[in-house]
Design a protein around this ligand. Structure first.
Ligand SMILES: Nc1ncnc2c1ncn2[C@@H]1O[C@H](COP(=O)(O)OP(=O)(O)OP(=O)(O)O)[C@@H](O)[C@H]1O
Ligand SMILES: [Mg+2]
Length: 417
């Protein structure tokens, strides 16, 4: 590394026009100090794991006052794991170790909040070192949101592709099953009447051998049982295939790419499709009641709305599961209403509800009270982005612990300019 002596730095500053005739001894120092103070990166200087100095950016970022810095423990501004990562570098500080650490660490503000920071740690000599950092919390969040959006988009595309592939075979399975059902019924009718005819003829002719043969054939073919069961089996196939076809159609509608221009949306149908998709989450412990009103024509983004409705319905289902010890079944009541100005959608659950401190942070990206794997805290920020940003509407919530939660979404018919 090429380092400059203090004299050299001072000479550089003094070469600034208009400054040359001021007292050179203090000028270099003052200019240097101003440069460090004005630096947009946080700069902290430490010795023996105690803070000596923090520039303006560092104070602002860590919510510290200048008076609190001298002597404060360096560990107090780091998350314990991050401090453990940094610690081995602190002990080997020497003037030659100009770059001791470079990477992402977690810092701790005075109020306890964590922030992600890009950190450089460099030795200054005499057992002191300098930590430069930049708050990258927002950058990390945006990266994560982008990754999540890309994941949703590719999952959506995959779902649309699969739905498309399943659609054709399921249609001909359904058509064939319907045909076979009616063909079996007709064939059975013919079979029954011909065998009755044969029996009558054998009886008239007193042909006991033929009668015994007919009875044996009936027995071997299990005719009575098959006559009763075959039409039922055919009906069951048709019913199952119809159900699969509905799910496939809902998946297709649902995974419709969300970045196209607004187009006419049947909000009631989107909700009904979403309920089919959510079926798995709702099974067993949730009863859903719907009260769909007649809605005015509405232009919007069906795929995004479906995603938002799904997030709310899944949250409701989770809240119902979390309502331990309460009697009665869990219910999610969904209603829609329309007037000249807007469409209003209400999704109400009688789940665990939430305390005011959760309600206050509800729409924050990544805010979750759920364990890893069950929630990422993205659901409601997606809901808000869809309803407020994309559809210029609003979302309100009413919740009471132990009673339940109601989300009300308002989608204006005419978008604000
Ligand atoms: N209907 C509800 N009843 C009770 N609490 C709720 C309800 N909806 C949301 N919450 C609370 O709000 C938090 C944030 O919800 P959000 O949907 O944004 O994230 P999540 O459900 O935790 O995770 P994700 O939706 O990303 O899987 C939840 O963790 C939960 O504590
Ligand atoms: Mg959720």
């Amino acid at each position: 590394m090429t380092s400059r002596s203090a004299d050299e730095v001072m000479r550089l500053f003094v070469s600034i026009p208009g400054l040359a005739n001021q007292a050179p001894e203090s000028l270099g120092e003052r200019m240097f100090e101003m440069a460090v103070e004005a630096c947009a990166w946080g700069i902290v200087i430490q010795s023996n794991e105690r803070l000596i100095y923090a520039n303006r950016a560092a104070l602002d970022c860590l919510l510290l006052s200048a008076a609190e810095v001298p002597g404060a423990r360096l560990a107090s501004v780091f998350d314990p794991d991050s401090y453990a990562t940094l610690l081995p570098n602190l002990s080997k500080v020497s003037p030659d170790d100009d770059q001791l650490f470079m990477g992402d660490l977690k810092l701790v503000r005075r109020n306890g909040a964590r922030l992600d920071a890009e950190v450089y740690h460099a030795g200054l000599g005499n057992g002191a070192s300098m930590i430069n950092f930049r708050d990258v919390t927002m950058v990390k969040r945006l990266e994560l949101e982008l990754r999540q959006a890309q994941k949703l988009e590719s999952v959506g595309r995959l779902a649309a592709g699969i739905a498309h592939e399943i659609n054709t075979p399921i249609q001909f399975i359904g058509d064939s099953a319907t045909y076979l059902g009616s063909a079996i019924r007709e064939l059975l009718n013919v079979l029954q009447s011909s065998r009755a005819e044969l029996r009558r003829a054998a009886e008239a002719a007193g042909d006991s051998e033929a009668l015994a043969r007919l009875a044996e054939e009936d027995e071997v073919a299990d005719l009575e049982f098959n006559e009763a069961q075959a039409p039922i089996a055919a009906a069951r196939i048709v019913e199952g295939v119809t159900r699969v076809a509905r799910i496939v159609a809902a998946m297709k509608a649902f995974s419709h790419p969300g970045f196209e221009a607004a187009s006419p949306v049947d909000v009631n149908k989107v909700l009904a499709d979403t309920l089919i998709i959510a079926g798995h989450e709702l099974k067993n412990h949730v009863t859903v009641s719907t009260d769909f009103g007649v809605l005015p024509p509405f232009d919007g983004f069906a795929g995004d709305l479906g995603q938002a409705f799904l997030n709310l319905i899944v949250n409701g289902a989770h809240a119902i599961v979390d309502r331990r010890g309460a009697g009665g079944p869990g219910t999610i009541a969904i209603s829609t209403r329309g007037d000249d100005d807007a469409i209003t959608i209400q999704i109400a659950d009688n789940g665990c509800g939430m305390p005011p401190e959760v309600e206050a942070r509800l729409f924050e990206p990544f805010f979750t009270t759920k364990e890893v794997g069950r929630g990422t805290g993205q659901g409601l920020s997606v809901v808000r982005a869809t309803i407020v940003q994309k559809h210029h509407g609003d979302v309100t919530v009413k919740s009471a612990v132990g009673i339940g939660t109601t989300f009300t979404l308002r989608l204006p018919l005419r978008r604000a300019a």
